[in-house]
Design a protein around this ligand. Sequence first.
Ligand SMILES: NC(=O)c1ccc[n+]([C@@H]2O[C@H](COP(=O)([O-])OP(=O)(O)OC[C@H]3O[C@@H](n4cnc5c(N)ncnc54)[C@H](OP(=O)(O)O)[C@@H]3O)[C@@H](O)[C@H]2O)c1
Length: 287
Amino acid sequence: MSVLVLGSSGQLASHLKELLPEADYWGRARFDLQNPAGLDEAIVAAAPSVIVNAAAYTAVDKAESEPDSAWRLNVEAPAAAARAAARLDVPLLHVSTDYVFDGTKAGEYAVADACNPLSVYGRTKLGGELAVRSLAPKHWILRTSWVFSEHGANFVKTILRLAATREELRVVMDQVGRPTYAGDLAALVARMAGGRRPPYGTYHAVGGAAVSWHALAERVVDAAARSQRLARAPRIVAIPTAEYPTAARRPANSVLMPSAELMSSLDVRFDWPSAVERVVGIVTKLR
Ligand SMILES: NC(=O)c1ccc[n+]([C@@H]2O[C@H](COP(=O)([O-])OP(=O)(O)OC[C@H]3O[C@@H](n4cnc5c(N)ncnc54)[C@H](OP(=O)(O)O)[C@@H]3O)[C@@H](O)[C@H]2O)c1
C-alpha cells in the first residue's frame, strides 16, 4: 500500500504524518498546486495505490480577491488528481467543506441536499467536488467543517492568542456548525487510505454537538482558565454576524449531518470537546 498525500504541513496533513508516517507527502515545495499543469503526469509516475488530497486554498476571505488562485488549488488540482486516479485505477480521497451549502436550511444538511455556496471558497470547493465525482470513478469525498488543531492556523488558536491579552472578545453567535479536530479527521482518512474501504461516494465527516462560534470561544477560554493558563479570562460577548463584517459571506447554518454509518463501520469517533481541551493544553504549554 503506497499512499500519496497532497499537502504536507497543513492541519490535516500534519496529523496524517503522525498516523501514516510512511506515506509520501507533497507540500508546495514538492509540487506547487498554483500551477497544477503536469500534476496528473507526476502522480501517475509516482504510481501510488491511493491518493489523498489534503491540500486546498483555505483562506476563505482572501479567496474573494484571489478567485483564480482558489480555482487552481480547489478545482484544477483535484481535477488533475482525479484524472491520475482514473488512469491508475486507484481511489482518490478528497476533502470538502460545509461551505458548499448556503445555510438557509432549517435542519442539519444531509449529503444529498442541494449545494448553493455563498463565497468564492465555497464555489471553488464545490467545483472540486464536481471534478472529482465526474473524473475519478473510485472516489471518496469527505465534507468536514470548522477544522481546528494544535497545528496550523485556526479559530481555537486565534481565540487563545487574543484571550491572553484582551479583556473582552466579541464573537459571532448566529453562525452554527460542528467543529472538527483535524486529528479525528486524520484518523478516519488514515483508516480509509490504509485499506478499510467503505463504498465510494460522498460523506459528512463530522460529529458531536453543533455550536455557535461564540459557544466554541467560551469553551476554549473556559478550558484555558481551568488549566490556569490565563491570568484573567476575558468576557466573551455574543454579537450578530452583521457586527462582524468579512469579505466572504458565510452560511448561518453550517451544521452537517454526520455520516454515522461511515464512522461506526470504520470504528472512528469524532469528539471535538475533548480535543478542545487537548489543543488548549498543548498550545498554552508551548507559549
Ligand atoms: N480549515 C477548515 O476550517 C476547514 C473546514 C472545512 C473543510 N476544510 C477542508 O479540509 C481540508 C484540509 O484543510 P486544512 O485545514 O488542513 O488546510 P490548511 O491547514 O490550510 O492546509 C492547506 C494545505 O494545502 C496546501 N497548499 C496550499 N497552497 C498550496 C500550493 N500552492 N501548492 C501545494 N500545496 C498547497 C498546504 O501545503 P503545505 O503543506 O506545503 O503548507 C497545506 O498542506 C481542505 O480541503 C479544506 O478545504 C477545512
